[in-house]
Write a protein that binds this ligand. Structure first.
Ligand SMILES: [Zn+2]
Length: 86
């Protein structure tokens, strides 16, 4: 599943890109801040986004979704277990 997304910077600026969730990773493609976080690189959900190992927070807006919806997308992805692939 892919979403037009904006990465929310701490000072209110945004960079634009495309966010997608795969079974094992969250991927954000952007010229400025591309990132790929596997579940193992995530410490926990954090607002509409994730807290990565090492302490960096990644917060996003998705086109057509409010903060609450974005938050539950991240929560669903993070709490999901890859089925039949252990
Ligand atoms: Zn950014």
């Amino acid at each position: 599943m892919q979403y037009q997304a904006k990465h929310k910077h701490s000072l209110g600026r945004r960079c634009e890109g495309v966010a997608s969730f795969t079974a094992n990773a969250f991927v954000y493609e952007s010229k400025e801040h591309p990132v790929r976080l596997s579940r193992a690189n995530v410490v926990r959900n954090d607002g509409p986004g994730l807290k990565a190992r090492g302490g960096k927070d990644w917060h996003f807006e998705f086109s057509g979704k409010d903060d609450k919806e974005v938050r539950s997308l991240f929560e669903d992805w993070y709490s999901r277990r890859a089925r039949g692939r252990r």
